[in-house]
Design a binder for this molecule. Structure first.
Ligand code: KIV
Ligand code: ZN
Length: 387
């Protein structure tokens, strides 16, 4: 099992917090960091210390209180960034500096007006600087998703030689297809001679809605760390959703991987992040959306009420969600109506339910959802007529 542990690197407080409107103050970041540690993540990326005095303070304070997880600070491949990250992390029990540079030709030319050899030297240099301060250095090859594999392999080999313990292969722009991202990781595993000296990490953005699929493809191909955020928050269309990758690995035990995340905390954690960042979760979001365990069509409700596993692959208890819901709409059937009436204390025989169902459909066609108060009115009117 040892080689099948997948480290969960949470970047809600860094990549997630970059989302417009999601900025957090130090007190909020500390509260979330404590909950992330309780959730069981392995690494907390607490911020980007050089970016502002407030973020420096957040990383510094989080370093003082987090004891089990590694605390990580982001930097560019710039000496001052790395020194500042090291200073912010100085109290951490397990400090990690995350440093790196763009490696795709698009970044090398468009951002740095440079060339591959120069960027390779800068990559090596930044890892060496960081290793002067901490033993745990993660290098990111920004835009690795669009980086030529031969060149990427040279960079990965060189930064591992320079002392990187983890090498992050970000699909920064969310461009890769799952098989392409998996092949990229497999290429590195097969072509970087010293790859066994470091861990490869997936950091996939969601611009094409493929972040979760790409991260899982990366793990299947040999990566052993996933970078992700609660509720999938992150730049643009977001980052990989922590709750999704954790539950994919848990549901597909056949893959043979595991994480240390306590899945029963996933929904409480999602709500805490949503409330603290004042960023609602879309109702149809997998695992943590309000509708993730709601059944509304008659066919599904009938099956679910006979046997939950007909329409649910996850028991909501496993992810700390409220119980499954039978929602009543104009698409609902008689079984669902009888079930909800029974929950409200009304026991009707089949003929009575049939009669009530006609009335129910009239109400349901007028409203988006039929609520308990509507059912009480219907049931009481029916009882009054039939007594
Ligand atoms: O998306 C990205 O490439 C990043 C890096 C800074 C790791 O967030
Ligand atoms: Zn990112």
């Amino acid at each position: 099992m040892a080689n099948n542990k997948v480290d969960i690197f949470d970047t809600t407080l860094r990549d997630g917090e970059q989302v417009p409107g999601c900025k957090l103050n130090t007190k909020e970041k500390i509260e979330l960091a404590l909950q992330l540690e309780a959730l069981g993540v392995d690494i907390i990326e607490a911020g980007f210390p050089i970016s502002s005095p407030g973020d420096f303070e957040s990383v510094n304070e989080i370093s003082k209180i987090i004891k089990n997880a590694s605390v990580c600070g982001l930097s560019r491949a710039v000496q001052k960034d790395i020194e500042t990250a090291a200073e912010a992390l100085k109290y951490a029990t397990r400090p990690r500096i995350h440093t790196g540079i763009g490696t795709s030709d698009i970044h090398i030319k468009g951002k740095f007006n440079s060339n591959r050899e120069d960027i390779l030297q800068r990559a090596v240099q930044c890892v060496k600087w960081a290793r002067n301060f901490v033993d745990d250095v993660e290098f990111y090859a920004e835009d690795a998703g669009r980086t030529d594999n031969d060149y990427l392999a040279r960079v990965v080999e060189a930064v591992i030689d320079a002392g990187a313990t983890v090498v992050n292969i970000p699909d920064t722009t969310g461009y890769c297809l799952p098989h392409q991202y998996g092949e990229k990781i497999a290429y590195l595993i097969n072509n970087v001679p010293n790859v066994d000296k470091a861990k490869l990490s997936c950091h996939c953005h969601n611009d094409l809605g493929l972040a979760t699929a790409n991260s899982i493809a990366g793990v299947i191909a040999g990566a052993r760390q996933i970078e992700c955020t609660i509720n999938g928050l992150g730049e643009r269309a977001g980052n990989t959703s922590l709750e999704e990758v954790v539950m994919v690995l848990q549901q597909h035990k056949d893959l043979g991987f595991y994480t240390n995340v306590n899945t029963k905390q996933l929904n409480p954690m999602s709500r805490l992040v949503s409330d603290t960042m004042r960023m609602p979760v879309q109702p149809n979001k997998a695992i943590v959306g309000a509708n993730a365990f709601s059944h509304s069509s008659g066919i599904h409700q009938d099956g679910f009420l006979k046997s939950a596993i007909t329409y649910e692959i996850i028991d909501p208890v496993e992810v700390g969600a409220d119980t499954s819901k039978i929602v009543l709409t104009a698409r609902s059937g008689r079984s669902a109506l009888a079930f909800r009436l029974k929950n409200l204390g009304y026991e009707f025989n089949r003929n009575a339910v049939d009669a009530l169902y006609e009335k129910f459909l009239q109400v349901a066609d007028e409203k988006k959802e039929v609520m308990d108060e509507d059912l009480h009115v219907m049931a009481q009117q029916f009882e009054a007529v039939t007594v």
